[in-house]
Ligand binder design. Structure first.
Ligand code: SAM
Length: 223
């Protein structure tokens, strides 16, 4: 090896180590976040607070999704079911899959479904690789889940297989510049989400701007 090649090799090793460190760090943060969502009853006080309605505008969100009564919908990262209950009322002749990776949330959702007699809701334990949906759906909704995904590109590429013809994926997430909401390091800019989705073979179907703290983008697979 020549003398000039040595520093380059050293630099390359350093870069590799740094990249590896970043990957490990990201995985640790995500693993921590997985555990963060185990205390579902504790989170319910925040996720289902009456105060949330003022900025989350759930009725407007549901209206913008253009659901029809017989549709099949998946609420991926359903949490304590803030949107699941509303989706269930919007598709009385259809079905809602309330999907989450955190076993604590899944248990909470199952109890809530029984308590509120949500007969058209089925709770699904997901993995970070995919939602594990038992059938194809018309609409997928993800609210504040984006920044928690391990590999969103691969996830959304595979998700196309879970959509019916004409199916759509709605992504709502905290804006980078929002004064409140998701921790800043977990926020993903709307532009990056759009670029990722276009790269995975989707087209932008709608971009709603009535939520002050969040962007609201709807995608469908490119025909
Ligand atoms: C911030 S909470 C949002 C809950 C709900 N969407 C809401 O708006 O009230 C994020 C939820 O997504 C879940 N989650 C994170 N990554 C996920 C994934 N890859 N698939 C399904 N759920 C996921 C977490 O366990 C947590 O319950």
């Amino acid at each position: 090896m020549s003398r000039s090649a040595r520093p380059e090799g050293w630099l390359r090793d350093c870069r590799r180590l740094l990249a590896l460190g970043l990957i490990v760090l990201t995985q640790c943060v995500l693993a921590q976040d997985g555990r963060r969502f185990e205390d579902a009853a504790g989170w319910a006080a925040t996720f289902d607070s009456a105060a949330r309605d003022a900025w989350q505008k759930p009725d407007e969100v549901i209206h913008a999704l253009r659901l029809t009564p017989g549709m099949t919908v998946a609420d991926i990262g359903a949490g304590t079911g803030y949107f699941t209950t509303r989706l269930a009322r919007s598709v009385p002749a259809g079905k809602v899959y309330a999907v989450d990776t955190a076993p604590g949330m899944v248990a909470y959702l199952k109890e809530r479904v029984v308590r509120e007699a949500l007969e058209n809701v089925q709770v699904v334990q997901a993995t970070s690789d995919g939602p594990g949906l038992p059938e194809r759906v018309d609409v997928v909704l993800l609210v504040n889940v984006q920044g928690l995904m391990v590999s969103p590109g691969d996830y959304f590429a595979r998700l196309k297989e879970s959509l019916k013809p004409g199916g759509r994926v709605a992504i709502i997430a905290t804006r980078v510049e929002a004064d409140r909401g998701t921790r800043s390091e977990m926020r993903v800019p709307a532009e990056r989400v759009t670029d990722d989705m276009l790269r995975q073979g989707y087209v932008l179907d709608a971009a709603h701007d009535f939520l002050e703290r969040q962007y609201f983008l709807v995608f469908r697979p490119r025909p």
